[in-house]
Design a protein around this ligand. Structure first.
Ligand code: AMP
Ligand code: MG
Length: 422
């Protein structure tokens, strides 16, 4: 294992790494996994292209009509009067047209049909009068109008999609439009997952006094699965050095990345720190944010195998916030997504005041709504980092920058919506 560039963070206040700097460090440090596979187009949904997809053909393959109408020779048309043309054929989509236009001739043409020889303009059917075997075209038609040119979408020999692109429905369609049936994508990232804490109980058993059910493994499983990772669920691990070490070693041996929750807060970090120092190179960060201040990041090994480690805090909301802000972009980089997209953030009017101290970036849970056509937001009720119900009520994070203090009702704030279209 080569040394991680943690020293480049030394000029930052070790007790307050900024959200931005932490994310940037992760993105610079994590490198894409090696390994790819060939998949049929449909199986490749949400996967990441390992190679460019080079177009073997022009799309469209031939000049064709963008409208239902009449194929004409523009030179035949009078610029200021109606023009009468003789109908000599019909061009249907999907089959070559035998009609060849001579002077003052026209062919009926359907959307998508090849432009007949001689024609260089399509007049939409709505403006044309049909009179027996002839049509009457009004003046004002422009040369080449309503014609889609061969290769105007994609050109033969050029990359239609680049390596690093995540395949959404549009990309599947583009690949299919080239007649390609299989693509080379990166293999899935394997993420081992476990929760730490003596107080944790797995679901399906009665709750002992003082215990809490392990919910983090479920939110993390959901987020990782959505992201397209292969999840290895290792259950709950007690806060005991021997058990923890065995769990970390087992996880490092079978995964590309390990995500844990709990055990990185100040009271608990000490023995975990010693353990991590034995297993690899892990930094314990205090990020200037709320919730989610403590987080461990590094690389740990077991024999020849090693894996990235993301040690998240235990509080359920902090787990989700730190996952979305840090782990998700880092895993995207690991998955080979290039470039890793910025989280879409836009301004909304905050309709209630929010108490906030300067110094930390806050991720409050918010509900978006529209008022007079403008986006507004209000926080969900209680914002405690243990209150996971705030995440179920919310449809966005309200991101309050570190340097900001108290927010008055009516001020603009940045929001990150949870869901988008694709
Ligand atoms: P910790 O970071 O381990 O000190 O945990 C902080 C808080 O989060 C404590 O109240 C824990 O009980 C709670 N917590 C830790 N892990 C989990 C988990 N897997 N599921 C639900 N709550 C948890
Ligand atoms: Mg704990």
């Amino acid at each position: 294992m080569s040394a991680l560039p943690f020293t480049c963070l030394d000029d930052y206040d070790p007790d307050a790494l900024s959200v931005w700097r932490a994310r940037q460090f992760l993105l610079e440090t994590v490198q894409p996994i090696v390994g790819h596979e060939r998949l049929f187009v449909r199986e490749a949904l949400d996967r990441v292209l390992a190679e460019d997809v080079i177009s073997p053909v022009d799309v469209p393959a031939h000049d064709n009509s963008a409208m239902d109408g009449w194929a004409v020779r523009h030179a035949d048309l009078s610029p200021d009067r109606e023009t009468r043309l003789t109908i000599v054929g019909t061009a249907f989509a999907g089959r070559p047209c035998d009609a060849k236009l001579g002077a003052c001739e026209t062919a009926r043409i359907m959307t998508g049909a090849m432009i007949p020889e001689g024609a260089d303009c399509v007049v939409i059917q709505e403006v044309v009068r049909v009179e027996g075997e002839t049509i009457v075209v009004p003046p004002g038609q422009k040369p080449a109008q309503n014609i889609r040119r061969a290769g105007e979408d994609l050109q033969a020999g050029k990359p239609a999609l680049s390596a690093g692109k995540r395949l959404r429905p549009a990309e599947l369609g583009v690949i299919a439009s080239l007649g390609i049936a299989e693509v080379t994508v990166r293999r899935r990232v394997r993420v081992a997952l476990f929760s730490t804490g003596d107080e944790l109980m797995s679901i399906g058993t009665p709750l002992a006094p003082g215990a809490v059910y392990d919910s983090n493994r479920y939110t993390l499983w959901g987020m990782l699965t959505r992201l397209g990772c292969e999840v290895i669920d290792m259950g709950v691990v007690k806060d005991d050095p021997v058990t923890l070490e065995a769990a970390f070693r087992a996880a490092a041996a079978c995964s590309d990345a390990i995500v844990t929750s709990g055990g990185v807060s100040v009271g608990e970090a000490d023995f975990v720190k010693q353990l991590m120092a034995r297993l690899g190179e892990v930094a314990f960060w205090k990020i200037a944010m709320k919730p989610g201040k403590p987080m461990a990041f590094g690389r740990i090994g077991a024999g020849k195998e090693s894996a990235w480690l993301f040690g998240l805090p235990g509080n359920p909301v902090a787990v989700m916030v730190t996952f979305y802000q840090f782990v998700q972009p880092a895993l995207m980089k690991l998955m080979g997504i290039d470039p890793v997209p910025e989280v879409a953030t836009f301004p909304a009017r905050c309709v209630v005041p929010i108490k906030k101290g300067k110094g930390r970036t806050e991720f409050q849970r918010g509900i978006l709504f529209q008022e007079n056509g403008a986006w507004c937001v209000r926080p969900t009720g209680h914002q405690g980092s243990g209150m996971l119900s705030s995440m179920t009520q919310a449809d966005c994070f309200i991101v309050l920058e570190a340097e900001r203090g108290f927010i008055e009702a009516g001020e603009m704030v940045q929001v990150q919506p949870f869901a988008g279209l694709a």
